[in-house]
Write a protein that binds this ligand. Sequence first.
Ligand code: NAG
Ligand code: NAG
Length: 208
Amino acid sequence: MKNPRKEVNAVLRKEAAYFGDIVILPFMDRYELVVLKTIAICEFGIQNVTAAHIMKCDDDTFVRVDTVLKEIDAIPREKSLYMGNLNLLHRPLRNGKWAVTYEEWPEAVYPPYANGPGYVISKDIVNFIISQYNDRKLRLFKMEDVSMGMWVERFNHTVSAVQYSHSWKFCQYGCMDGYFTAHYQSPRQMVCLWDKLSRGRARCCNFR
Ligand SMILES: *[C@@H]1O[C@H](CO)[C@@H](O)[C@H](O)[C@H]1NC(C)=O
Ligand SMILES: *[C@@H]1O[C@H](CO)[C@@H](O)[C@H](O)[C@H]1NC(C)=O
């Protein structure tokens, strides 16, 4: 997404042109609009690539792709899948910096949802999300991970049963040995994690 500073956008466009692995979306990068990135990831996943599953991560998430693929492979292929670090019966914070108003979320609890730093959904759910979005039937909530939980719940109730697959190894707060994904990782930590992995060890790098 775009930055208020022109120089930042220019540098980003350069990086995107060089590596060809960034899609720049035509709106400002604001927390309330992050959910639109998730929609864009879903669109990309069905329009621009052919994938059986889509994984959403943050840019400070380190992913053991091969291990995550093995986890996915352990689920029967015909099943609709929602995999991640699942939260059940979480409640909105009503005070403080991250407060959610009653207008934004009137309900007392959130649907079951996978933490945003790393989760996987199957393509049938992605198709459902995009078609609902295009028909303007999709409810958008500023927390993208809760939004996803809401859409998957709707799919589960109206289309077909979803396999909810939980693992704490999709770490939300930093890293734990044996992780599938590690979060809040600096570039140096990413290099260090990769280095350890290539020597066969899924160990954390505990420095910044
Ligand atoms: C993805 O595909 C659509 C439809 O073919 C196209 O309009 C769009 O430019 C593509 N996006 C990217 C980032 O390649
Ligand atoms: C998914 O739907 C089934 C019924 O098909 C229901 O029993 C189950 O509780 C639902 N799961 C969630 C997490 O909503």
